[in-house]
Design a protein around this ligand. Structure first.
Ligand code: EPZ
Length: 413
């Protein structure tokens, strides 16, 4: 999608099944390069980050197919150790191929990865961790060359980086001894990766806690169903809340979205939930108190922009503090262009509710920032255009179709 055109002011109503999780499927796809075998992955989202990752894997010599949410990977043949720079440059999660290829081949070469720009996104935690496991890391004109089969050992992560935890879990699959990660990330996507690897024969304990232990074990192919995408779910809930809508989501795990549900409830939304579904009815909204992002189980940074968009017309002042990324308020100028009242100081944003928003022409800055602009446009009076809408293709499948199925007046070019 290049541009999304929305005429706002209509409540979103209906029922939607949440797609498979982008942030669960990407590390699992990388993991297939670590393990010779055949894999069948169900509930895969039809999003660009998945198609780019499949092309990366094919470039390394894996055979992949994707149809109707079903992905097959055959990694039994010989593999290359260097990923395609043009493709890897599009995707920060391509860095996970480092761990997978080191486990499989004892060497890996990737370009410094790309992906959405959320401020400085170093790789020091990944690289220091690999060096602790005896890997020689040599950055060389825009590429990362890594040599040496990982050894057993204990890696202490000073910050619970999701990607570094996943990369080190994948490297540990080929280690010569047990690996212990202390200070590991605890996101549900880490648990889903561990569940997949366990299905492949891996000996992993502690996933979902700060201490993960991986012991060497013979590995093989597996069948796995990808976890529901809690961030896509948050996006739809925020769109319903912002437009006074009435939405039921199926195929999701509300417990994994607890902080977002709590904020929307405190803001005045009526939310009922079962184990795998959730219904939201939006009333007039009021400021829910401070929203402070942090590593799981804190409020998720990926929902900061979309929840902010949902609260632009909530009466009172909502204070947001973004503690995970150094530059994740890039969506705020566009929200202001639609009439939002937001002041920022450093990692703080103060949102003062306004009675109405108006349409504007804006440009998406990143995946979740672009989603926030869509939500504000849905709540605004009049027409909005959101350029660079391709950002949303990275993480939202069939986005316009699903918006229109819920009653939105939305078109894309
Ligand atoms: C993952 O990114 C997600 N991406 C992000 O989702 C998510 O926002 C993030 O985790 C936090 O939950 C995928 O899973 C594909 P981090 P990742 O390493 O792994 C710093 C989305 O919208 N850091 O946990 O890159 C880093 O700069 C995307 O779906 C270092 O300093 O996140 C950041 O400030 C956006 N050194 C913080 O840690 C490192 O070596 C969290 O980063 C690595 C990270």
């Amino acid at each position: 999608m290049e541009t999304i055109r929305i005429t706002g002011g209509r409540p979103l109503r209906g029922t939607l099944a949440v797609q498979g999780s982008k942030n669960a499927v990407l590390p699992i796809l990388a993991a297939t390069a670590a393990i010779p075998g055949r894999f069948l992955l169900r509930n895969c989202p039809a999003i660009r980050d998945v198609t780019v990752t499949l092309a990366l894997l094919a470039g390394l010599g894996l055979r992949t197919t994707m149809e109707h949410g079903l992905v097959t990977v055959d990694s039994r043949g010989p593999l290359g150790s260097a990923s395609d720079p043009a493709l890897a440059g599009k995707l920060r999660s391509s860095v996970l191929l480092l761990g997978a290829l080191l486990a499989r081949l004892g060497e890996a070469e990737i370009p410094l990865p790309g992906g959405c720009v959320l401020g400085k996104r170093p790789l020091d935690l990944h690289l220091r961790g690999l060096e602790t496991l005896g890997v020689r890391v040599c950055p060389e004109n825009g590429r990362l060359l890594c040599r040496g089969r990982p050894e057993g050992g204990t890696v202490i992560l000073p910050y619970p980086s999701v990607g570094a935890t996943e990369n080190l879990m994948l490297a540990a699959l080929g280690a010569t001894g047990p690996v212990c990660l202390i200070g590991a990330a605890q996101e549900p996507e880490i648990r889903d990766l561990a569940a997949f690897l366990t299905d492949c024969g891996a000996d992993i304990t502690g996933a979902g806690t700060p201490c993960i232990r991986i012991r060497p074990a013979p590995l093989h192919g597996a069948v796995h169903r990808i976890l529901p995408d809690r961030m896509e779910a948050a996006t739809w809930l925020c769109a319903a809340a912002a437009t006074g809508g009435d939405l039921t989501l199926t195929n999701l795990l509300p417990d994994q979205l607890r902080p977002v549900i709590d904020v929307l409830r405190r803001a005045g939304c009526e939310i009922t939930e079962s184990q795998t579904s959730l219904s939201l009815r939006a009333g007039s909204l009021q400021a829910p108190g401070a929203v402070v992002t942090g590593p799981y189980p804190a409020f998720p940074t990926d929902a900061q922009a979309t929840v902010m968009a949902a609260l632009l017309r909530a009466s009172g002042v909502t204070l947001f503090q973004e503690t995970v990324f150094s530059n994740r308020f890039r969506h705020i100028p566009a929200l202001r262009a639609m009439g939002a009242r937001i002041e920022t100081t450093g990692d703080l944003a103060r949102v003062r509710g306004v009675s109405a928003l108006h349409g504007a022409v804006v440009t998406a800055t990143d995946l979740r920032g672009g989603a926030a602009m869509v939500i504000a446009a849905l709540a605004a009076q009049g027409e909005s255009q959101i350029h660079d809408a391709w950002h949303l293709d990275r993480g939202y499948g069939d986005f316009i179709l699903r918006l229109r199925a819920l009653g939105a007046e939305a078109h894309s070019t």
